[in-house]
Design a protein around this ligand. Structure first.
Ligand SMILES: NC(=O)c1ccc[n+]([C@@H]2O[C@H](COP(=O)([O-])OP(=O)(O)OC[C@H]3O[C@@H](n4cnc5c(N)ncnc54)[C@H](OP(=O)(O)O)[C@@H]3O)[C@@H](O)[C@H]2O)c1
Length: 295
């Protein structure tokens, strides 16, 4: 496929019912891409033979994998499953793409970092995941890059979007705190974890931009601009949604969680910024989400 001919690209999208997958499909179709999209019920990422034959029959230019097993606590209890979905299946996709000269796009996480750097991580910082989820996603990254040289690994953080959020997570941070706040005067939210919450529609647009610009393959961070604690994020959400419940920031110093999580895992889009891809500030993204939820 010649450089710049993105308009005619055929995209094979797996995970269309996820928070990100939904907006990827929408954004790609609105931009006149030809999209073949699959939910888990159509195509299980663990079914290598079916995936292979489906990709071969569609002959796409790009495969995008928006699936994940990302319930962090469950990954700890079921590491086999975490590695099958986040690493083995990803490696299989990378292998098919390599064989058929297809561009492969897959997503990873801020949880590949240990959170000890003290400021936002860019693509050059050394990963050091603290739990099974992060290790399985980092394995998926390495397998992608080592099996398919024409690949983009996009790391993101705190994804939210859609009216229902993520099916496996039974919502997302914003939907869940809105539910928890009902009938309450106060709500305690963690202040010790610093993140870059990312709005799925913005991440979808960032992915599209990457495909249009087609920079050198490799790892890219794509998050909404700026950093905040979950308590700050919740406070801003309630302010915008006119919810009266008061957020009480609590610093648990990482002691309450059963799984170790990075404390400062915000990301910085250093490589994307260099090629002119800039995602809006998280406050701007959050305002659009609250408005979207209200209609
Ligand atoms: N959500 C976050 O906070 C966050 C943070 C950092 C990075 N990320 C990464 O961003 C990407 C997108 O996340 P998201 O928030 O959009 O996730 P999501 O809403 O949970 O969507 C994931 C999708 O994967 C599907 N899936 C899971 N196992 C599958 C399998 N075996 N075969 C086929 N499909 C399967 C799920 O199907 P069902 O709908 O049937 O469950 C779901 O539709 C993932 O790579 C994730 O690791 C997310």
């Amino acid at each position: 496929m010649p450089h710049g001919s993105f308009i005619n690209m055929k995209i094979f999208l797996i995970g269309k019912n996820g928070q990100l997958g939904f907006f990827l499909e929408k954004t790609l179709r609105n931009n006149k891409f030809q999209v073949f999209s699959y939910g888990r019920e159509d195509l299980d990422i663990e079914n290598f033979e079916k995936i292979k034959s489906e990709i071969e029959s569609r002959s796409p230019d790009v495969v995008i994998n928006a699936t994940a097993y990302h319930l962090v606590e469950q990954c700890e209890e079921n590491p086999e499953k975490a590695f099958i979905v986040n690493a083995v299946a990803v490696r299989n996709l990378a292998k098919i793409c390599k064989e058929r000269k297809i561009i492969f796009v897959t997503y990873s996480t801020d949880y590949v970092f240990d959170g000890l750097l003290g400021h936002a991580y860019d693509e050059n910082n050394e990963p050091n995941p603290l739990q099974v989820y992060g290790v399985s996603k980092l394995s998926g990254e390495f397998l992608t890059r080592n099996y398919c040289d024409k690949s983009f690994v996009i790391r993101t953080c705190g994804v939210y979007g859609g009216k229902l959020g993520s099916r496996s997570k039974k919502g997302n941070f914003i939907l869940n705190i809105m539910k928890q706040a009902q009938g309450k005067k106060t709500l305690k939210i963690s202040s010790e974890q610093i993140v870059s919450p990312t709005y799925a529609p913005d991440l979808a647009i960032g992915t599209l931009e990457l495909l249009k610009k087609m920079p050198p393959f490799g790892v890219y961070h794509l998050v909404n601009d700026g950093t905040c604690s979950w308590a700050e994020f919740a406070t801003e959400a309630f302010r915008k949604a006119h919810i009266k419940t008061k957020i009480i920031p609590i610093d648990r110093k990482g002691m309450v969680e059963s799984v170790r999580k990075p404390l400062f895992s915000a990301l910085k889009n250093k490589k994307a910024a260099k090629i002119g891809i800039v995602l809006p500030h998280w406050k701007d993204a959050l305002a659009r989400y609250i408005k979207y939820l209200s209609v």
